[in-house]
Design a protein around this ligand. Structure first.
Ligand code: NOJ
Length: 557
């Protein structure tokens, strides 16, 4: 199944080679959800060629790197997070040659490329799982409980709903923390380690600059696979250490991968990174994943989950910075991704808040992740008919009440992320294909339709419609990313809180002060300097700055 390149050639040289301060420490990384980004062939599904053609757009936007979600051979039971061949591109998305071309084009544009790696589980169509003997060594099979083994081996629930076990024709059961089509690998087997290291080398040889490690907290299970003992497990994810999540044993794997990444980087004059998608109950436990000998970054979902309140935001920011500082890692910030309700909708359906939250995020020290379409201010699509749904959780009822912002509906998306304001807690509404141009669907997404229907009123939100409109969200992102590159005080480095009225946050970075008004009405304060950029029109009269409600302003000081 593994595909060959038609013209094998040396891996392209990534921008900025060699070990140095670390390009990732302040990088802005743009998540391309390949299926929904740009379609080159008219089948209504985004693909690698489509993504490659749009790379100049991302260069112009001002990001440093692109993270591509899984495009590997897969039956697509979970949007490609069910991989059947880690070294092949699914025909839906193109060929290995297309991946190679994309990486080269990105590097020519001085953009780095991160790809997903999915080590907790494979597809049930993976050759290992298909082989009755091999599968029993490389996955987690157990006899059932009950007189004839008719009950699952323990009480663990799938993140997508229902038991985490499925019984085979042979009468035993296999573990799947996600869908039944995603059997969990047995990381006690050294062959699993060897294979994943080989997969990483395969993609590094093709030129990628790093890996986003899916379910980086899940590979190791507690010895004996003990019962949890109480229900509603979805609420516990990220709230406490579970026998299947955030076990201390995962860190040995990350240490081995860091050795691999550093060794490879040193040998090839490149800086290649690992980014953990990890759920840990506290910022301190999350920081363990980014100790100097582990991965380089971890997604900071605490920030994403924070309500739009100055005290809550400040305490999450403080906790995040303190935890990562304790291990010398940069903090990452993220507001949206393919698993959660888009932040325009999540923050109360308020584009003003979404724009302000973004400017806040981009002013904080560290690295930031953007999710495709947030730069257009896209809302969550909340009226998808059942017949177009693809999220496996939708079919398994996998959602639970969780902690989101006060005053909002509190439902959790499958990984435990607050999904307030979405259609029903499922993930298709944030995956609707991007609108690029035109007045009607598919809005330039491709020459055909789009795999999920786009709203009829997105004509004003397209890239073409917003380009050149200084009041647009797209131009706000462009201006912010441009300033972030030009102002040495942004990105990695110190920040200090400044005095501010209730409901307002103020902090300084070298040469800059950032104010965030989380209240719904404007607030006056002594103008701290000259406004450089604001998410909403800010005025300065007689040395008093008036911050509009739900706004963020960067001031030159
Ligand atoms: C996290 C991914 O972001 C999500 O989309 C996926 O369903 C799960 N991991 C399982 O791989």
């Amino acid at each position: 199944m593994t595909q060959e390149l038609t013209s094998p050639s040396p891996a392209p040289q990534a921008p900025g080679t060699g070990r140095g301060p670390g390009w990732w420490r302040d990088a802005v990384i743009y998540q391309v959800y390949v299926r929904s980004f740009a379609d080159s062939d008219g089948d209504g599904i985004g693909d690698l060629r489509g993504a490659r053609e749009r790379l100049p757009y991302l260069k112009d936007l001002g990001v440093d790197a692109v993270w591509l979600t899984p495009f590997y051979a897969s039956p697509q039971a979970d949007g490609g997070y069910d991989v059947a061949d880690y070294r092949a591109v699914d025909p839906l998305f193109g060929t290995l040659q297309d991946a190679d071309d994309l990486i080269r084009t990105a590097h020519d544009l001085d953009l780095r490329v991160i790809v997903d790696i999915v080590p907790n589980h494979t597809s049930d169509r993976h050759p290992w799982f298909q082989d009755p003997e091999l599968s029993r060594q490389r996955y987690l099979f157990r006899p059932g409980k009950g007189e004839s083994g008719e009950l699952p081996p323990n009480d663990w629930e799938s993140v997508f709903g229902g038991p985490a076990w499925t019984r085979t024709d042979r009468g035993d059961w296999y573990l799947h923390l996600f869908a039944p089509e995603q059997p969990d690998l047995n990381w006690d087997n050294p062959e699993v380690h060897t294979e994943f290291e080989a997969i990483m080398r395969f993609w590094l040889d093709l030129g990628v600059d790093g890996f986003r490690v899916d379910v980086a907290h899940g590979m190791i299970k507690a010895p004996g696979l003990p019962d949890i003992g109480h229900g509603a497990q979805a609420q516990l994810i990220g709230a406490q250490v579970l026998p299947f999540f955030d076990q201390d044993g995962v860190h040995a794997i990350h240490r081995a991968w860091r050795r691999l990444l550093d060794g490879y980087g040193d040998a090839h004059g490149r800086q290649v990174i690992g980014v953990a998608e990890a759920w840990a109950p506290t910022a301190e436990r999350l920081a363990l994943y980014v100790r100097p000998d582990e991965l380089h970054q971890a997604f900071n979902f605490q920030f994403l989950n924070a309500p739009w309140q100055s005290d809550a935001l400040r305490s999450v920011i403080d906790a995040s910075l303190a935890a990562t500082a304790s291990v010398g890692a940069p903090t990452t910030w993220v507001l949206s991704n393919h698993d959660v309700v888009r932040h325009t909708t999540r923050l109360g359906g308020s584009l003003a808040r979404a724009r302000a939250a973004t400017l806040l995020m981009l002013a904080l020290p560290g690295s930031a992740y953007l999710y495709q379409g947030e730069e257009l201010g896209l809302p969550e699509v909340t009226d998808l008919p059942d017949e177009v749904r693809q999220d496996p959780a939708f079919f398994r009822g996998g959602r639970a009440t969780g902690a989101a912002g006060p005053g909002t509906d509190t439902e959790s998306a499958p990984d435990g992320v607050a999904a307030a304001g979405g259609q029903d807690g499922f993930r298709d509404g944030c995956r609707v294909p991007l609108p690029w141009s035109g007045e009607l669907p598919p809005y330039g997404f491709g020459p055909g339709g789009s795999w999920l229907p786009q709203p009829a009123d997105w004509g004003g939100l397209t890239v073409a419609a917003q380009t050149g409109d200084a009041a647009s969200t797209l131009e706000l992102y462009r201006a912010a990313l441009d300033l972030r590159r030009r102002l040495p005080g942004l990105g990695d480095g110190p920040m200090t809180w400044a005095p501010a009225p209730d409901g307002v946050l103020a902090f300084t970075r070298p040469g800059l002060l950032c104010t965030v008004n989380t209240l719904g009405h404007d607030v006056g304060l002594p103008a701290p300097g000259t406004p450089l950029l604001s998410s909403a029109p800010v005025t300065v009269d007689d040395a008093t700055g008036r911050l509009p409600g739900d706004s963020c302003t960067w001031w030159a000081i």
